[in-house]
Design a binder for this molecule. Structure first.
Ligand SMILES: Cc1ncc(C[n+]2csc(CCOP(=O)(O)OP(=O)(O)O)c2C)c(N)n1
Ligand SMILES: [Mg+2]
Length: 328
């Protein structure tokens, strides 16, 4: 057992969350092809990075500012599968936006998830702003911005890092580097190999970690959160990973990467590898695994049925939150 402070119970919960996310994601693709979920953005392949980092934070108490790739993250943070599917079906009861936001644009007052902006990298500045508020309020919270490597070409990324470093803000910039920005491979997006290299320019630690290993991600994120809570300022974390599915359900990744490449990366599937490790370390047994899979199937089925039956938003509420509380 690694000396990570992770108990077997927590590891089991991490694995359950990763496997749940993968199963929910598989269901979403089916629902999309049936014409029921308009668009799907997946965390498929990113589960270890998202769940490992979430477990290192005060889930539901700290602030996260996710992006569309972060379904496993919001599940780890406390969003329920029912809530996820209510969102993908754009139902009135969707806690993310009452059925108004684009799919996979997360947000929750209850869980301290700042509403996702569609413009990539804006979340970096939002997280720095939240961290500034925490510093002023002395509320002990850490804020975490999650973003893809492609978004680091945006000015906001650099402005947010600089601002956070100057003001020693309790924030973590958490990069999920999957090597592609839709069809654009990293080598066409930037010259540097490691996103973490940017940290040096702004005077903060920058760490690259195997994003397919949830325990390693947990350790690195925990150290960054401890540093932030001690008042020592921000950290840039880069979790190197891969997405196994197209960018979204509207993308065809065969146009820009070979099937052989995808298969090669599947050897490092974070869900499969973590499961094998927990079985080998006897953290879970085959019987535990079978029980978890049964539960996951029931939970995914329940969420689908529940969200399917839930009512759509009333047309009279169309302007609500757009022009003001009363929608006028
Ligand atoms: C400023 C801006 N430019 C372009 C887009 C369109 N867009 C949406 S996602 C995306 C790719 C982002 O790739 P990356 O940051 O690597 O994240 P990934 O999807 O790979 O996790 C682009 C170009 C956008 N939303 N915002
Ligand atoms: Mg990317």
């Amino acid at each position: 057992m690694p000396d990570s402070g992770l108990t077997p119970e927590l590891m089991k919960e991490m694995y359950y969350t990763m496997a749940l996310s993968r199963a929910l994601d598989d269901r979403l693709w089916v629902l999309n092809r049936q014409g029921r979920a308009p668009t799907v953005y997946s965390s498929n392949g990113h589960e270890a990075a998202q769940v490992g980092s979430a477990f290192a934070l005060n889930r539901g108490e700290d602030w996260i500012v996710p992006y569309y790739r972060d379904m496993a993250l919001v599940l780890a943070w406390g969003m329920t599968p029912r809530e996820v599917l209510l969102h993908f079906f754009a139902k009135a009861e969707d806690p993310n936006s009452g059925g108004r936001q684009m799919m996979a644009h997360w947000g929750s007052h209850r869980l301290h998830i700042l509403s996702t902006g569609a413009v990539v990298a804006t979340q970096d500045a939002h997280a720095a702003g939240l961290a500034l508020a925490s510093k002023i309020l002395k509320d002990g919270r850490v804020s975490v911005a999650y973003f893809g490597e492609g978004s680091t070409s945006q000015g906001e990324f650099h402005e947010a890092l600089n601002f956070a470093a100057v003001h020693k803000l309790p924030v973590i910039f958490f990069n999920e580097n999957n090597g592609y920005a839709i069809s654009v491979p990293q080598r066409k997006q930037m010259v540097v190999q490691d996103i973490s290299a940017h940290a040096e320019s702004y005077g903060m630690p920058g760490i690259s970690v195997d994003g397919n290993d949830p325990v390693k991600v947990y350790e690195v994120t925990k150290a960054a959160a401890d540093r932030a809570r001690r008042g020592e300022g921000p950290t840039l974390v880069e979790a190197k990973t891969y997405r196994f599915v197209p960018h979204s359900s509207d993308d065809d990744d065969r146009a820009y990467r070979t099937r052989e490449e995808v298969q090669e990366h599947k050897k490092f599937d974070p869900v499969v590898m973590f499961e094998a490790r927990l079985l080998a370390d006897k953290v879970i047994t085959e019987a535990d695994k079978a029980e978890m899979m049964k539960k996951i199937k029931a939970v995914v089925d329940d969420a689908t049925t529940y969200a399917d039956k839930a009512p759509l938003p009333d047309a009279d509420t169309l302007g609500l939150y757009v022009y003001g509380e009363d929608g006028k």
